[in-house]
Design a protein around this ligand. Structure first.
Ligand code: GUN
Length: 302
């Protein structure tokens, strides 16, 4: 195996720092009579989603939030789910609403997202928040958690000034690819969004000072795609068979062939313990931000 030269970006440690800042801000809010409230809605029983949702709820509770998890069967009707969202919109104890994606086929996810009050949309998926991010009016936007967390990891590696760097985002999802591209653009990077139809993806990625891989394809990005010294942020969370751990066992790998890329990159995030913990930390930060704004209290910055 190639020798590791890249420095590892420790998402667990960086997320812990953010979580402590959120804990401080939560104390300030509580002293002013406001307990941040987060409602996480899980439709169906997808095992990966169950884990994510449980971790979100546990972290919220550990910070002293009012933390609610609402489970509904995969057979729930769209109207019933919309009614639940509306109830949460009107609940004064709830400042953040997250409906875990993906939703079952028979439910129009866009309709559900648009039903969430933008002020409570801690995922930052509502078109109002997407628009605020795209137009640069970040002051009252809620920014999607994984992209916001990814940017903190980029700044950890490269410092605050990344103007002029070439960034290649692989993946164009509404959850990660598009919003992280917006954030990189706002920092004055030259941004390319690559995707499954991109021609000669390897050559495109080789141009990048910053690579954000968010396609959900295990070990897609190979070592010889990475420009020497580049910063590699791996958003992928792919569960693959791991017969070496025993029959039926699995392991998590990213969208980047870590061992190969780490021999070439300047900085790289591992999977797990890279971007994953940042997503939850930023969700907590967004919930405190939403609670502060709804209560008309000063906001902390994270
Ligand atoms: N599914 C995968 N990532 C996310 C996320 O950040 N938010 C929601 N709501 N669903 C997801």
């Amino acid at each position: 195996m190639a020798e590791t030269t890249a420095r590892i970006i420790d998402g667990t440690a960086i997320a812990a720092g953010i979580t402590e800042a959120v804990r401080g801000a939560t104390g300030t809010l509580k002293a002013a009579g406001v307990t941040p409230g987060l409602a996480v809605v899980l439709v169906g029983a997808d095992p990966a989603s169950e884990v994510y949702v449980r971790n979100k709820g546990k972290t919220a509770a550990s910070l002293g939030f009012h933390s609610v998890q609402i489970n509904r069967p995969a057979t729930i009707g769209e109207a019933e789910l919309l009614a639940l969202v509306d109830e949460l919109n009107r609940d004064p104890a709830i400042h953040g609403i997250l409906v875990q994606m993906p939703l079952p086929q028979h439910i129009d996810a866009a309709k559900v997202i648009e039903a969430i009050r933008p002020e409570k949309d801690v995922d930052g998926f509502h078109p109002i928040n997407v628009g605020r991010l795209a137009t640069g009016s970040r002051g009252n936007a809620l920014v999607p958690c994984t992209p916001a967390g990814s940017m903190i990891l980029v700044r950890h590696a490269l410092g605050p000034d990344i103007a002029g760097l070439r960034a290649v985002v692989i993946g164009r999802s509404n959850i990660v690819g598009k919003p992280v591209a917006q954030l990189l653009l706002q920092e004055n990077c030259t941004v390319t969004i690559a995707h499954s139809r991109t021609r000669d993806l390897a050559a495109v990625v080789r141009e990048a000072d910053i690579v954000v891989a968010a396609v959900g394809r295990p070990r897609l990005v190979r070592g010889d795609w990475v420009k020497p010294g580049a910063t590699v942020i791996d958003v992928g969370m792919n569960r693959i068979p791991a017969p070496e751990k025993g029959e039926g066992q699995t392991r998590l790998v990213g969208d980047v062939a870590f061992d190969e890329a780490a021999a070439v990159a300047g900085w790289i995030t591992p999977v797990p313990k890279g971007v994953g913990p940042m997503t939850i930390a930023m969700l907590m930060a967004n919930t405190v931000t939403a609670a502060s704004r709804i209560a008309g209290l000063p906001e902390a910055s994270f």
